[in-house]
Design a protein around this ligand. Sequence first.
Ligand SMILES: NC(=O)c1ccc[n+]([C@@H]2O[C@H](COP(=O)([O-])OP(=O)(O)OC[C@H]3O[C@@H](n4cnc5c(N)ncnc54)[C@H](O)[C@@H]3O)[C@@H](O)[C@H]2O)c1
Ligand SMILES: CC(C)[C@H](C(=O)O)[C@@H](O)C(=O)O
Ligand SMILES: [Mg+2]
Length: 354
Amino acid sequence: MPKVAVLPGDGIGQEIVPEAIRVLQAVLTDSSLRLEFKEYPVGGAAIDRAGRALPAETLAACQEADAVLLGAVGGPKWDTLPAPERPETAALLGLRKALGLYANIRPVRMLPALADASALKREVVQNTDLVVLRELTGGLYFGEKGRKQNPPAAYDLMIYTEEEVERIVRLAFETARLRRKKLCSVDKANVLETSRFWREVTLRVAAAYPEVELTHMYVDNAAMQLVRDPEQFDVLVTENMFGDILTDLASMLSGSIGMMASASLNGKKGLYEPAHGSAPDIAGKNLANPLATILSGALMLRYSFAREKEAQAIEQAVSKVLDAGYRTGDLAKPGDKVLGTKEMGDAVLAALNS
Ligand SMILES: NC(=O)c1ccc[n+]([C@@H]2O[C@H](COP(=O)([O-])OP(=O)(O)OC[C@H]3O[C@@H](n4cnc5c(N)ncnc54)[C@H](O)[C@@H]3O)[C@@H](O)[C@H]2O)c1
Ligand SMILES: CC(C)[C@H](C(=O)O)[C@@H](O)C(=O)O
Ligand SMILES: [Mg+2]
């Protein structure tokens, strides 16, 4: 039986992951695919239990599993730890690197029911349907870092190899080819050598995809254009840090960070997690929106298990619940039917079965 390593982690991770598992189990009830879900400690929770954010047993389980479902890691309790021991670096970046998950896919689609939930005007966001491919195992996050004395200083090195750029850009072209055939590569080539290199490699890869329209955009302009006119974008591809920032921004085009699912892939295995963090401000209160994690479960069925029908069944159930006017607090407007985390999970389950 295919195995899924389940890593709820910290804060709202503990509340949203169980909802995603309930939904996955329900959608697979009548299917020939059976998944074995097994839970492992990660992040601050693992530091408290086992003394480290990514225990060897958890890493081994992820390496052995067919897919990984993660909640979130980190929180104020562990913020003062030295960087290499922190949940975010040791566990999250550690897992991404160890599993070689170089391609982070973050889709942003405005569901019709949420067009008025966004902080932006309905006319601006209503046709948003884009996907960001974020390079996930290179760049500033993983370059050499350190401190210097006299005068005191710190540095993080941004370095990209040709292979690192080529594989994510190729996947972006492949993704665009199956969508509206528009690819925007986001960089800062007016300033950064890594970006000029990124452009050169991208142009070379583009030769194999004449049917895809390629554009280049500076990252500062891309941030502005995403808010001004998101409809212009189909597929965006960018380096690690730009992708981190742009995807939090883009999440608001679909109404809330609580809606943004993500898949981190290496061509063989996938790790699925919401794009948001552990939300310490609302943790433990049954207030978190579980939909990003539930939708990450749909991505798992699509990318790791090739179950398109079941993936779409989850996505349609989410749309149905929102069409019926149900919202978690992050999406709610006056007059909406506001649900807690568990109750939103119940609503998706009910919609699946209706
Ligand atoms: N993948 C991850 O594990 C991940 C991602 C981002 C941040 N973090 C970590 O999480 C901790 C908190 O970070 P932060 O506050 O900058 O970002 P965050 O994403 O946790 O929260 C930002 C804001 O969005 C809200 N929010 C986030 N997810 C939500 C949801 N599902 N439903 C409703 N509201 C939601 C939070 O309440 C908060 O107001 C930090 O330790 C950070 O390093 C982890
Ligand atoms: C927690 C942090 C290390 C992580 C990142 O920057 O990649 C998060 O913000 C994300 O977007 O998954
Ligand atoms: Mg982020």
